[in-house]
Ligand binder design. Structure first.
Ligand SMILES: *Cc1c(COP(=O)(O)O)cnc(C)c1O
Length: 495
């Protein structure tokens, strides 16, 4: 049975997986969704004997069924290799009565690497399959993490160029250093004199510029996006949930078919949606626990059935979850509306005109697999400190949101099902907040002094991603005004 992708806002759209990856977003502004969720066709015991790459193949072949075996293996093997600092790719660490699934062993030490290492290969393979002759130009606005992960993923991938815009004064010193030292002769990093919204709006404008599109086509280029709504980012994320279950089984931590809970620190709802897809493929998952920081739109949504973005945007120490519009939630809404594109479109229109919508009771009844809660800044810091003091294990601020919410869930429900917590960033990525949570005495140290202190207390080696930037040369130093973004793109591409 073959799988096609339709738009969450228009049932008549039907494209293949490779077309959906190339397009990113449906023409009507909807998201591509598979017309059915495929079932796993290997047993859990079989999975428990596989490597990460083998699990990746078995899971991804079901979603990307217009890729040949050779094409898909090429993508997988180009992505999940020695770029990761462990052959397991996503190891499990048992601590604090849970299993932390460490998704931060890739090049930029955050979970975005799991998908952004493979997306460039899925994109270039999709281009070939669809006879696209143009080079793909990735254009991204970033507030820090995605930009670096996308740069690292696309660097030196033949047939692609990547241009990243970031707000000059809107990213952390380590994040900026990570980006401006990026190697690769197809990478371009430009700061703008504006904030993240200016960067994002500028990129959207360039994307929809028809005149520029024509000029690009004449020169042999076309734009694409590495945005988290691309199914080429979603599908690779399903893999590590199957792999985590398989590892628990292989290690004798669970019995075959025993259910597990999954806790995910959530922003754009991509990571937890991947867990939901894994459950629907037949992976024995009990509860999907959605953890938010103080931007708790999703907690309110799961509690009341009303999604309301009309609220103050709070800057937290888990910045990658500071989001008021969780784009990937649309895929869940579409599904609980009975795959009804019209119903979903109505709600999304309300979201864009009024900033909120309410789902019906029958839709809400289908959310029983989910549990939502949130962690305050204070609770987040206390959890980091407590887990460090009790176990010696140091977690980052995002993972701590998940650990905090998991403890609330346990206290409320007394459910003692074995639980996997998605650990989305290395503590080295958010060193200052992590060290301050453990002891305020660290506050006076410089960023790199903090790194050395963290190595001492955690006994975890400083990752290459951090070592590298201590001494790396600055390779990108272009800064432009917001209204010069298009000019710089034309200059980079010699248009
Ligand atoms: C992006 C990100 C998240 C949120 O993931 P979503 O898929 O957007 O929900 C959580 N933690 C970290 C460290 C991230 O980079």
């Amino acid at each position: 049975m073959s799988i096609l992708y339709s738009s969450t806002r228009d049932d008549s759209v039907k494209v293949t997986a490779s077309e959906a990856i190339l397009k990113g977003l449906a023409p009507d502004g909807g998201l591509f969704v598979p017309d059915s969720i495929p079932a796993l066709d290997k047993s859990l015991v079989e999975f428990s004997k596989m490597t990460y790459q083998e699990v990746a193949y078995e899971v991804m072949k079901l979603f990307l069924d217009d890729f040949t075996k050779e094409e898909l293996l090429h993508c997988i093997n180009s992505a999940y290799d020695s770029k990761f600092d462990t052959t397991k790719m996503a190891p499990l660490v048992k601590a604090d009565d849970a299993y932390f699934l460490e998704l931060f062993h890739g090049k930029t030490i955050a979970f975005k690497d799991m998908a952004l290492s493979i997306l460039p290969h899925l994109l270039t393979t999709s281009a070939k399959k669809n006879n696209v002759k143009n080079d793909i130009v990735i254009l991204t606005a970033t507030s820090g993490d995605t930009g670096k992960a996308a740069l690292a993923g696309f660097a030196d991938v033949p047939g692609t160029k990547i241009i990243v815009f970031y707000p000059k004064d809107g990213v952390s010193p380590i994040q900026e250093k990570q980006m401006v030292t990026q190697k690769g002769n197809n990478t371009y990093v430009v700061s703008i004199k504006g904030n993240f919204d200016d960067a994002q709006t500028g990129v959207k404008k360039i994307f929809s510029d028809k005149e520029l599109e024509k000029k690009m086509d004449d020169a042999g280029y076309q734009f694409s996006s590495a945005n988290s709504i691309n199914i080429g980012r979603l599908v690779p994320q399903v893999v590590y949930y199957v792999y985590a279950y398989a590892q628990l089984l292989a290690n004798g931590e669970i019995k075959e078919n025993e259910k597990i809970n999954v806790v995910v620190p959530t922003g754009n709802f991509g990571n937890i949606l991947a867990a939901f897809y894994a459950k629907n493929m037949g992976l024995p998952i009990n509860k999907l626990i959605c953890a938010s920081n103080e931007n708790k739109v999703l907690y309110d949504f799961f509690t009341t059935g009303e999604y309301d973005r009309n609220r103050e945007f709070i800057l937290t120490t888990s910045p990658s979850m500071d989001i008021l519009i969780s784009s990937n939630l649309e895929r869940l809404i579409y599904r609980i509306a009975g795959n009804d594109a019209n119903k979903n479109k109505e709600l999304m229109m309300e979201l864009s005109s009024q900033g909120k919508y309410t789902i019906s009771d029958s839709m809400k009844n289908q959310l029983k697999d989910f549990y939502g809660n949130y962690a305050s800044e204070d609770e987040d810091a206390k959890t980091i400190k407590r887990i460090y003091e009790e176990t010696g294990y140091v977690i980052d601020t995002h993972t701590s949101v998940a650990a905090t919410v998991y403890n609330k869930y346990r206290a409320e429900t007394k459910d003692d099902t074995k639980t996997v917590i998605a650990s989305t960033a290395s503590p080295y990525k958010f060193t200052r907040a992590v060290m301050n949570a453990i002891d305020t005495k660290y506050d006076s140290l410089s960023d790199f002094e903090l790194v050395d202190e963290l190595a001492k207390i955690s006994k975890v080696k400083v990752p290459n991603a951090i070592e590298e930037i201590r001494t790396a040369k600055v390779l990108h130093d272009t800064t432009v005004e917001v209204n010069e973004m298009k000019d710089i793109v034309e200059k980079i591409l010699s248009l």
